[in-house]
Design a protein around this ligand. Structure first.
Ligand code: ZN
Ligand code: ZN
Length: 325
């Protein structure tokens, strides 16, 4: 990889800078929740099942994890007790959906035969672990088509997913693969709504498929979500290409870089070039009431994860509950 490797939010999400919430006293009462599903990418330190307890303590009712080390190729099998514990905790805390983000090394559009084979094998492992964990969604970056044309790249991704999922009952497992839009760097697939829509079209009859839209990627790839009029236009465009019903997850990340910069640098909610208002409009849009909103914000200081979850929850305008008489 090396040169040209995309920046990932992971670099700024080292647990070393976060105080592990599992080491703090457990909260005395359940967190205040909203009518929206709101969560954050959560550490799997000590075992993937520990993420559920962390997500709950961070105040989430949904969450995202890696199902193995995101920077390593080694196959990783989950044990039955780990999956059972994950299910128990999700049930207990009402954590739904469970979103798994695939390993960053995977490139299902690679033009290097060996790398492609490795990616397909790793993606099959992702599918197997997602099915074992009863996850609802598996988020995939469509990859880089360097060395081929964009259309060849899209076709190769579709073919790779077909090979990787062969013999796995993805439908029965209730799992949907989500294609994530990207920051639009050169050779990266998925930098426009059309490219995401093309992949959904190619894969529709093969596996359950939908989309994950990342606010930072939307913004830095050039779409306007900051001005109210621009956001309306952008969302109309999203609906006419990908379709709102296909957007199952919104990655809620503010951006460090400017609109159109193609630089993928996530920032804390409300602290970047997007600002609070677009998140407020998104969270309160009834057309996305079905979606999960998940932050992948940096960890610069202890407590950042909790603050970012709180920041999103504070933007939801729920009608006050009428008290039973
Ligand atoms: Zn991603
Ligand atoms: Zn993302």
């Amino acid at each position: 990889m090396g040169r040209g490797r995309p920046y990932t939010f992971l670099m700024a999400r080292s647990m070393a800078r976060e105080q592990d919430i599992l080491k703090l006293p457990a909260p005395k009462r359940p967190p205040r929740l909203t009518s929206r599903r709101i969560g954050i990418h959560t550490s799997i330190a000590g075992g993937v099942e520990n993420a559920a307890e962390r997500a709950y303590r961070l105040g989430c009712n949904t969450f995202q994890v890696f199902s193995s080390s995101p920077r390593q190729w080694q196959p990783y099998d989950l044990s039955r007790p780990q999956c059972d514990q994950m299910n128990r905790l999700r049930e207990k805390y009402g954590l739904r959906p469970l979103v798994i983000h695939t390993n960053y090394l995977i490139n299902l559009a690679s033009t290097t035969e060996q790398f492609l084979a490795k990616s397909v094998e790793a993606f099959r492992g992702e599918l197997e672990r997602a099915l074992s964990l009863c996850a609802e969604y598996l988020v995939l970056h469509p990859g880089s088509f360097r060395g081929a044309s964009r259309d060849e790249g899209l076709a190769r991704v579709a073919a790779s997913i077909a090979v990787a999922s062969r013999g796995l009952d993805v439908v029965k497992g209730g799992l949907t693969i989500l294609i994530e839009n990207t920051a639009g760097a050169e050779y990266s697939l998925g930098g426009s709504f059309e490219q995401v829509a093309d992949l959904l079209e190619l894969l529709r009859d093969m596996v359950p498929i939908a989309a994950c839209m990342d606010t930072c990627h939307v913004h830095v790839s050039g779409y306007d979500i900051v001005s109210p009029a621009g956001m309306k236009k952008t969302l109309d465009h999203l609906d006419s290409t990908v379709g709102f019903k296909n957007v199952r997850v919104w990655h809620c990340n503010d951006a460090k870089a400017a609109r159109g910069s193609k630089l993928d640098r996530h920032q804390h909610i409300g602290k970047g070039s997007i600002g609070l208002e677009p998140f407020q409009r998104l969270l309160n849009d009834p057309q996305f009431a079905h979606a999960a909103f998940i932050a992948e914000t940096p960890i610069d200081a202890p407590g950042d994860d909790k603050r970012n979850v709180e920041a999103l929850k504070a933007l939801v305008k729920d009608k006050p509950h009428t008290l039973p008489s």
